[in-house]
Design a protein around this ligand. Structure first.
Ligand code: TMP
Length: 238
């Protein structure tokens, strides 16, 4: 499908229109951001790795009966997707304490959460993506109760599919962020699933193999992404 004009430039992906209004092209760039987009650096091959990583994960979710915006790969860094009407929300599932949860409640990083936590954030960089509740969504019209129930249910279902997938590769899926939208009235998983939007640790060494390497200046970002991709079986074009 023909890629037409740019409709949106995000922090790591550019979205293009196509001749069909129901479809978009996602272009995965090498840009990597932190601090709500105030810090951006380029990493060679990151766009290619994340596109193929995301494609692999979305296929696994589709196989498990979770509807995603995935259509098909267009090139090594481009993906054809359904055009969703996105909720301005980020759904986060946490299997272990890390990041903002560990900070907010002064928890030991890595603490196992027997019952995984579901959190909602408003997608708004200038407000630093504040944590919100379902009640906020209803009051401010960001999503209906029925849609929120479905997003939460789907988020847990994604966890049920992906946690064992990473576990089988001797990796811990610590937490992850999802974004949903509507396509012809149905809630569909959108955006991407890549090491940019989740935390993945080595099961034995607890080494961080995700974007925390960039956030915390640990180095070796691309090597870590490639290691995870290789272990879970993402077919990476070299
Ligand atoms: P947090 O610990 O910073 O709240 O992040 C939880 C998880 O969600 C972590 O895997 C990073 C991911 N995340 C994003 O990818 N983008 C975001 O804007 C936010 C708030 C979280």
């Amino acid at each position: 499908m023909q890629k037409l004009s740019e409709v949106y430039r995000g922090k790591a992906k550019t979205v293009y229109a196509t001749e069909n209004p129901d479809f978009l092209v996602l272009e995965f760039r090498n840009d990597t951001s932190a601090l709500d987009g105030k810090r951006i650096e380029q990493f060679y091959r990151k766009g290619i790795i994340n596109n193929q990583f995301n494609h692999f994960i979305m296929l696994k979710l589709e196989e498990a009966g979770i509807s995603t915006q995935l259509e098909h790969l267009l090139s090594e860094n481009e993906l054809l997707v359904k055009k969703l009407d996105m909720f301005p929300l980020e759904s986060v599932i946490r299997n272990r304490a890390a990041g903002s949860l560990a900070k907010r409640l002064a928890l030991q990083e890595g603490l196992l959460l027997d019952s995984p936590i579901y959190e909602l954030f408003l997608k708004n960089d200038s407000l630093h993506d504040p944590m919100i509740t379902a009640s906020y969504c209803e009051t401010f019209g960001w999503a209906s109760t029925a849609h929120l129930v479905k997003m939460k249910e789907l988020s847990y279902k994604v966890n049920d599919v992906l946690s064992p997938l990473f576990d089988a590769a001797d990796l811990i899926l610590v937490d992850f962020k999802l974004e949903f939208g509507l396509f012809k009235g149905e809630i569909i998983l959108g955006d991407e699933f890549s090491p940019d939007g989740c935390r993945i640790w080595d099961k034995t060494t607890l080494n961080k193999l995700d974007k925390d390497r960039f956030r915390q200046n640990l180095g070796g970002l691309i090597g870590a992404y490639e290691e995870v991709a290789k272990r879970i079986g993402v077919p990476l074009n070299q």
